[in-house]
Every structure is written in C-alpha cells, then in structure tokens.
Design a protein around this ligand. Sequence first.
Ligand SMILES: Nc1ncnc2c1ncn2[C@@H]1O[C@H](COP(=O)(O)OP(=O)(O)OP(=O)(O)O)[C@@H](O)[C@H]1O
Ligand SMILES: [Mg+2]
Length: 172
Amino acid sequence: MGILEVSNVNKRFGGLQALDDVNLNVEEGTVHAIIGPNGAGKSTLLNCFIGKLVPDTGTVTFDGHSLLGIKAHEINQLGVSRVFQHQKFFLNLMFLKNVMIPCFAKRDGAFELNALRGISKEVDIKENAEQMLIDVDMIDKRNDHSASLSRGDKRRLEMAMCLAQDPKLPPA
Ligand SMILES: Nc1ncnc2c1ncn2[C@@H]1O[C@H](COP(=O)(O)OP(=O)(O)OP(=O)(O)O)[C@@H](O)[C@H]1O
Ligand SMILES: [Mg+2]
C-alpha cells in the first residue's frame, strides 16, 4: 500500500473533463513526476491532493487518511506540503521570516498573521528556520527582502518553507 493512493479520480469543469479516471500509487521514499502538455490537468490533480479542489468521483488517500472533504491545513498537518506553480509567500517579509511561518505552523498546528511579531522573538523557531536555509544553501540571504530574490531563489525559499514542516510527502 502506497503513502499516496489515487483511485479513479475524475474532475470536470463544465464541459471540460480535466481529470479522466486518474490512478496513482506513490510508495514512501520514491520520487514521482507528473508530466504533460499545458492544460493536461497536472495542477488540477495536485489541487485535489491539498483540498483546493474536490474530485467529482474517486478517492485520494494519504497515509491511510482520505484527503477528500478535509481542509488544507488539516491535510498539511497529516504531512503533505507543496509548492505552487505561481509562487506564494509574503513578498514584503525577509527570507528568514517566510521560513519561520511554516516552522511555527508545524509546531502549533496553525498560524495567524498577527502572531508574526511574537514568533520573530522565539529562538527555537528561528533556529529551525535557519537550519532550513542552510539546507537549501541560502543562509547568506536570510535577511534579504523576499521580493528582491531571483526566480530561482524564490523557488528555493518555497522549498525551504515546505521542508520546514518535515513533510511525509514533500514537493519535488
Ligand atoms: N477552476 C477552473 N475552472 C475551469 N477550468 C479549469 C479550472 N482549472 C483548470 N481548468 C482547465 O482544466 C484544464 C487542466 O488545467 P490545469 O491547470 O490542471 O493544467 P496543467 O497541466 O497544470 O497545465 P500547465 O502546464 O499550463 O500548468 C485546462 O483546460 C484548464 O483550462
Ligand atoms: Mg499547471
């Protein structure tokens, strides 16, 4: 039994069948790629893994839990994390603070923006985030404004944000 099991997933947008009976079985510790031309349905499929979309039919099971009908932050707490096609983080924060946010969410199960000032003083969260920046070879840019990073470095920032949650199903 795989850590991620996708069975007979269908998703339709009006007259367009975006996902047509998709089946996928991902074993823990293996690497998989979803490839296809523009509009093939790759993002639609990933969105069905994180609660952003709900398939019309079929099942998505992660580590024995159905991912259908539960909220994105609950799926994240089960150990799923992802990066997005269109980058999503706080452009107005420095690099390190963007990585501190998922460290905080991992520890406490939730994050509210108004907690940011408080967490910036928390040593364990900061150390955890700094370790992630070392892991993605970006520690020198810890105090850079996130908006000023190159596109490649922004992707590294997102990878650090994902890995900070120690996911069972990390993004590739
Ligand atoms: N929310 C939506 N409403 C209507 N149609 C949608 C919606 N999301 C996706 N589609 C359509 O579903 C199809 C699959 O889109 P999707 O974004 O999953 O493709 P993709 O493989 O990720 O493409 P790309 O390589 O361009 O990122 C496309 O025809 C797209 O226009
Ligand atoms: Mg896409």
